[in-house]
Design a protein around this ligand. Structure first.
Ligand code: DX5
Ligand code: ZN
Length: 228
């Protein structure tokens, strides 16, 4: 039996959109179909950049029916993770490198009704999660060093996707695999082929000449990867 969702999911990252026109970006994603909304939360401490917090997530929540996928690039995630669920996030992911008490934070997210995810930086092995399988709903593998959009894809993530896919099959636990950073038309099909279920794309969507067409193109690549 397959543990993967029926269709791969695209998670366009608002980080590359125009922050003064977020409502337009959300409408575009709703009409394009196949998307959830990736929201990058950065604190200027875990990563060298600052973006947005709970009030903005609450406003985004009111402006769309799409699921919100909040990627927390913050220190001490336990302090804020449940607030993001209360602000309207459906998926909340926390960095393994930022939290010595992952089990506690993942449980807290689930307790308030969120889907709980763990994020791994490029240098963090997937094997650090073997004793938490069943305690998270998804794993987000970074294919760039977090902090900025528009960086180059680090291909070593392919091997991590395959190892995680093998781990969930071996354990029979249906967590999702998401990949974030430098994703585009060149690698989307291959990432799904390797075992990814959900791909984040910032620049490849919102810096494209025609973002709607970019979403359609990426989803088509992903679906072909799935069928292969
Ligand atoms: C980077 C963020 C990403 C970023 C991806 O720290 O986590 O979600 O927005 O942007 P692209 O797709 O342009 O690499
Ligand atoms: Zn992200």
């Amino acid at each position: 039996m397959s543990l993967r969702p029926d269709e791969p999911i695209l998670a366009p990252s608002l980080l590359s959109a125009d922050f003064a026109r977020l409502a337009d970006a959300l409408t575009l994603l709703e009409t394009a179909g196949g998307c959830i909304v990736h929201v990058d939360v950065m604190d200027g401490r875990f990563v060298p950049n600052i973006t947005l917090g709970m009030p903005v997530v609450a406003s985004i929540r009111k402006a769309t029916v799409l699921p919100l996928d909040c990627h927390l690039m913050i220190v001490e995630p336990l302090r804020y993770a449940t607030d993001f669920v209360k602000a309207g996030a459906d998926w909340v992911s926390i960095h393994q490198e930022a939290d010595p008490h992952l089990h506690r934070t993942l449980s807290a997210i689930r307790q308030v009704g969120g889907k709980a995810g763990v994020v791994l930086n490029p240098g963090t092995p997937v094997e650090t999660l073997v004793d938490l399988v069943g305690d998270f709903d998804f794993v987000l593998l970074m294919s760039v060093n977090p902090g900025f959009g528009g960086q180059s894809f680090i291909p070593r993530v392919f091997d991590k996707v395959k190892r995680l896919d093998a781990l969930r099959t071996e354990r029979g636990v249906p967590f999702l695999i998401e990949v974030d950073g430098g994703v585009g038309m060149k690698n989307a099909g291959d990432l799904v082929r390797a075992g990814a279920d959900c791909l984040v794309a910032g620049n490849a969507v919102f810096k494209a000449e025609d973002p709607r067409q970019a979403v359609a193109g990426l989803l088509s690549e992903m679906n072909q990867g799935r069928k292969a």
